[in-house]
Design a protein around this ligand. Structure first.
Ligand SMILES: *Cc1c(COP(=O)(O)O)cnc(C)c1O
Length: 408
């Protein structure tokens, strides 16, 4: 058993606060959004963590997600249902990126094959801790799969609504892992509206992105991990495929917390929020200088995980990108598919389309002079490429005829 989960450690959550107004909310109670209708953020007693947990103590621990226990919200270890949330590797892709300094953080190695496991392992542990017995969630696929897995393990019912064109493998894995899954003839926010109605009627707890406070804390570990993996130096730039933006918001929070702990300095990576040009509400708001993003109509892209027409944390994404000196970038489906193909053929790493979008955006940023080849850059591949439709292959050979070997 994982050493980080066999030792009970002190916890340091003080309260929650509204990400817009700063209004204070009690910890250890069930919450969705703040009174202002915005996401809640978890606050910790950072001075006490600083005194209790020197960086070297973290370094001495096993390198999975639970080494960050003091910076995470779960009070009682017994509420954690783990499927083995490992530290994900940083893989160079020198040939397809054209630079030895570009690394892919390959989140496809996590349980259920995507980084949604980070958020959901945390949110489900907190739901268990706070006595939730039934959860409902809208999903584009990967979040539903992670929820189904952890909820089944925790003995919590999960009702999962996805757009009707969600990749087949996602729908099936959700069902196989014990989730009650329904295809809806609409997009993720329209699935979310059905979930919200049921929650208002008291039928279940609403687990939509950022509508409960703890998925951000799980996703935050990407930022913590990145620092620890790189000798507590952050890269020059991060390219993040942005749907609801949980990971980008979470990493930004992690950097701030680590600075307050004295683990890193004040330097920050440029944060590039990557969207598909068929669904780019954050890019449009960024370019227009807006603080919030309007809903994107007729959203379409091969990168299902970032097909999010309206993000409730839009202002948090935009704020982080602007503060970092980064940019929101849109890339077309042909560039995404080309990037997936190049990375697979030249570097042997199978990206998901959302991961392909980050490589396409890196190429665009390079061409626009937003980054250069000497910069150390991290691209997020948020799911295994194996979950997505692939081009047909497999020419046939007839063993009963003489095979022309020189033509193979
Ligand atoms: C969910 C998802 C994203 C978007 O993540 P957010 O943090 O919600 O913006 C990107 N890629 C994949 C593969 C996903 O499943």
């Amino acid at each position: 058993m994982n050493a980080n989960l066999t030792v009970d450690r002190p916890t340091f959550v003080t309260h929650l606060e509204c990400s817009l107004t700063g209004e204070r909310y009690e910890a250890d109670q069930l919450h969705n959004l703040s009174a202002a209708g915005k996401p809640l953020l978890v606050c910790y007693d950072l001075p006490s963590i600083r005194a209790f947990l020197p960086r070297a103590m973290v370094e001495a621990r096993a390198t999975d997600l639970w080494r960050w226990r003091e910076l995470l919200p779960v009070r009682r270890t017994e509420n954690i249902v783990s499927l083995g949330e490992i530290e994900t590797p940083l893989a160079p892709i020198p040939r397809s990126s054209g630079s030895p300094n570009v690394l892919v953080k390959d989140e496809g190695r996590l349980p259920t094959g995507s980084f949604k496991a980070r958020g959901l392992v945390m949110a489900v542990a907190m739901a268990k801790e706070l006595g939730v017995t039934r959860i409902a969630m809208p999903t584009n696929g990967n979040a539903g799969a992670a929820l189904a897995a952890y909820a089944s393990r925790a003995g919590i019912e999960a009702i999962i609504l996805c757009p009707d064109d969600t990749p087949e493998v996602n729908v099936r894995e959700i069902a196989l892992q014990g989730g009650r899954v329904y295809r809806v003839n609409g997009l993720i926010d329209e699935c979310g509206a059905i979930v919200a109605r049921g929650a208002a009627e008291g039928r279940w707890f609403d687990f939509s992105t950022l509508k409960e406070p703890y998925r951000i804390e799980g996703k935050k570990t990407m930022g913590l991990e990145l620092a620890a993996q790189s000798g507590w130096r952050l890269p020059k730039a991060i390219f993040y495929p942005t749907g609801g933006g949980t990971g980008l918001i979470g990493m930004w929070k992690a950097f701030d917390e680590m600075e307050q702990l004295g683990w890193i300095g004040y330097e920050r990576p440029k944060m590039f929020a990557v969207q598909a040009s068929g669904c780019a509400p954050i890019v449009r708001a960024f370019e227009a200088g807006m603080e919030h993003a309007e809903r994107w109509e007729d959203a379409h892209t091969v990168a299902a995980g970032i097909r999010v027409p309206k993000a409730i944390g839009d202002f948090l994404i935009l704020r982080a990108v602007r503060e970092s000196g980064g940019k929101a970038l849109a890339v077309g489906d042909p560039a995404i598919l080309q990037a997936v193909d190049d990375c697979a053929k030249k570097d042997g790493l199978l990206l998901c389309p959302e991961g392909g979008a980050t490589l396409a955006a890196y190429r665009q940023a390079l061409a626009e002079g937003l980054v250069n080849e000497e910069d150390d850059v991290v691209l997020f591949n948020c799911a295994t490429g194996l979950k997505y439709p692939m081009p047909r292959a497999g020419k046939k050979l007839d063993k009963n005829k003489r095979v022309a070997l020189d033509q193979l």
